[in-house]
Design a protein around this ligand. Structure first.
Ligand code: DAT
Ligand code: MG
Length: 154
């Protein structure tokens, strides 16, 4: 079953949105399998945002992402990567659909409250980047039979 990584950014901490953001994923029926607070170093920020380091806004992005702790968590579910990106909404929160995290909680691109892996390859890399194997938990979700029909389970 697919696993994907979510980061709750410093703006969400400052604005008291962390719990409400996590709740969006729980209520959808995604299984939480790892969660912790971390402080991102400049080196880790450069690795995580390698596709953006040459952009003019990168110094501000790094300063923001390393300014305060973040929450990092992993959810598991069928097609979890795509499902989570839909819940997150598009990068510019002003264009994000109402009902998405960014669409409901933010007015900004640079302060858009949340990050989520955007592909299977990225999810794999981000899992390894942020979590040790022993920080991810395998456990039975007792409601599994009510989240998925027989033919939707692996
Ligand atoms: P996403 O976070 O939707 O995957 P991304 O990977 O293109 O988007 O960019 C990562 C983060 O970088 C994004 O959440 C906010 C910041 N960012 C992207 N484009 C930006 C821009 N034009 N101006 C300011 N910040 C930007
Ligand atoms: Mg991205």
């Amino acid at each position: 079953m697919e696993k994907t990584v979510v980061l709750v950014k410093p703006d969400a901490f400052q604005r008291g949105l962390v719990g409400r953001i996590v709740a969006r994923f729980e209520r959808k029926g995604l299984k939480l399998i790892g969660m912790k607070m971390i402080k991102i170093s400049p080196e880790l920020a450069k690795e995580h945002y390698a596709h953006l380091v040459d952009k003019p806004f990168y110094p501000g992005l790094e300063k923001f992402m390393t300014s305060d702790p973040i929450l990092v968590f992993v959810v598991e579910g069928q097609e979890a990567i795509e499902v989570v990106r839909k819940i997150v909404g598009v990068t510019n929160s002003r264009k994000a659909e109402a009902g998405t995290v960014r669409g409901d909680f933010s007015m900004s691109t640079g302060r858009n409250t949340i990050h989520a892996s955007d592909s299977q390859e990225t999810a794999q890399k981000e899992l390894a980047r942020f979590f040790k194997p022993e920080e991810l938990f395998e456990y039975d979700l007792k409601v599994w039979d009510y989240l998925y029909a027989e033919d939707e389970k692996e």
